[in-house]
Design a protein. Sequence first.
Length: 474
Amino acid sequence: MNDVDPSALTLSFHGGAGTVTGSRHLLMAAGKRVLVDCGMFQGLKELRLRNWQAPGFEPRSLDALLLTHAHMDHAGYIPRVVREGFARTIFTTPPTVELAEVLLLDAAKLQEEDAAHANRHGFSKHAPAMPLYTAHDVRQAMRRFEPLDYGTWKVLGHGLRARLHEAGHVLGSAFVELEVARGAGIVRIVFSGDVGRYAQPLHRDPDPLPACDVLVVESTYGDRLHDPTPLLEEVRRPFAETLRAGGTILIPSFALARTQMVTLMLGEFMAAGDVPQVPVHVDSPMAVEITRIYEKYAGRGDLDPGVGDGGPDPLLPPNVRFHRTVDESKALNRMSGPRIIISSSGMLTGGRVLHHLERLAPDPKNLIVLVGYQAAGTRGRALLSGARTLRMHGRDVAIAARVLSVASLSAHADAGELMRWLRTASVPPKIAFVTHGEPEASAALAKRLGAELSVTSVTPSIGNAFDLAEMLAL
């Protein structure tokens, strides 16, 4: 099962190709099978159904798994592959080990609750409805994790080693560098994971790209630039108008990184008098736990310099209130404005935020603030596209509240920042596989790579496999 031709050097794509979700890249080199990222498909139903299909590789045949960061589109399928027989080691940074446990346990809880709800009400086509994985599967998966510090080489087999570099995307995020011995030479392959932004608060800048022969690079924003307007200028007027009118600002926010960025910025703006001092509610038990992990690593060099110098709670406004229980969340849903509510999920795919949205969206004095990427097929994308109704809890809800998209808070490099990162390499890669983007974004970045850096660029599809030895003429 585990026998691999030691002369083989192939790369295959089982997710994150032609789509911005489900990243799973399989490298066969030096007689080993190494999977980089193991993400869950999200968004459109046709993509979500892929989570229930065979992954395109045999989980028990893998020799190692390298994880770039804890977001579900990169880590969310791990418990399933462990359940299906993966029994080797998962290497990732120490913060990612802690963050992944929180996110995966939350995902398992939601899946178990959804399955139980479907069974009670007969919603599922399957009898009984089953979760993709359970909390028990997550606990089994966490036993496979081994922390690996940035810059430390890890030998994965004879003639094969890997190390992690700071990617600047979220706490603990990394891009992966692999070295494969080939005769008297070395082939270097880099997997970008998600590349962060430059000169942003909270997270560090990405490390320079090492010289490499092959690069697998994300393209989430490969065809666009973030609005250069300073964040304060984007939010000052709409925030003031909403709060002055007694409205509520609802910020659907990813529990990992985005919530911490939002609370950090709100604290600074309120302290400076740029945003009115009103109650700020974080309604997400997972966000509360992740904030604790962020504060643990603040001042240790894992976050932007200066974070951690502002007292015991450097990421939080002084008037923040946490809502952990369902009863606390329900009580918040009965409170009138002015106030600010931060709740998961960031793309409005589920969670407590939907109850707040259902209540607040029909009132024009309220404000909905989108602070991250909104994938196709999500309610967030529909709002971004001007939808006037959204389907929630079995009914159509009118959207009369104002909708504001704030690109300044994106944790993803835009097209210009991706090119800036690519130019930090001493020489460009020979081949680039442009992944983890919608087709237009990937095609645009691939075109720029060819035109500006003379890089041979490929935009793979799910299921594609490539003989790197042949492509590199080794």
